[in-house]
Design a protein around this ligand. Sequence first.
Ligand code: HEC
Length: 110
Amino acid sequence: MRSSGLGHRVRAAFAGAALLALAGAGVCGETRPAPAQAAPLSEEALPRVKAQFEDVCGNCHDLYVTTDQRKTRAGWATTVGKMIGYGVPLSAVEANEILDYLSTQYAAAN
Ligand code: HEC
C-alpha cells in the first residue's frame, strides 16, 4: 500500500490563523462564513480553485484520497483544517475556497 509513505511528509507546522478562520465565525467573531454555509464558487473562480486544489492537495498523497470521498461541509472543514495542521501552505482565503470547492463537488448528503 502506498499509504505507509505518507507520514514522512508531515510537518508539525501549525497554520493557526488559517485554521481558526476555518473553525468558523462563532469562535472569534471574524467575518469568514461558518462551515455550515455552503458557498458555491462562481463559474469564474471554479477553474482557478480546482487547479489550486489539484496542485496543493496532490503533493503528499494522490488526489483520489480526497476525490473518492464524500463529506459534509463540516467534514471537509475538519479535513482541510487537519491538512493545514500538517503544513499545507494555504492562506485562510485559499483554504476557504478549497472548502467551498470540496463541499460542493464532493458533497455528502446532509
Ligand atoms: C503536507 C502533506 C499533505 C498535503 C499537502 C495534503 N495532505 Fe491530505 N493527508 C496528509 C496525510 C499525512 C494524510 C494521512 C493522515 C490523516 O488522515 O490524517 C492525509 C490524508 C488526507 C485525507 C484522508 C483522511 C481524511 O481526513 O479524510 C484527505 C481527504 C486529505 N488528506 C485531503 C487533503 C486535501 C483536501 C488537501 C489540500 C488542501 C491535502 N490533503 C493536502 C498530508 C497532506
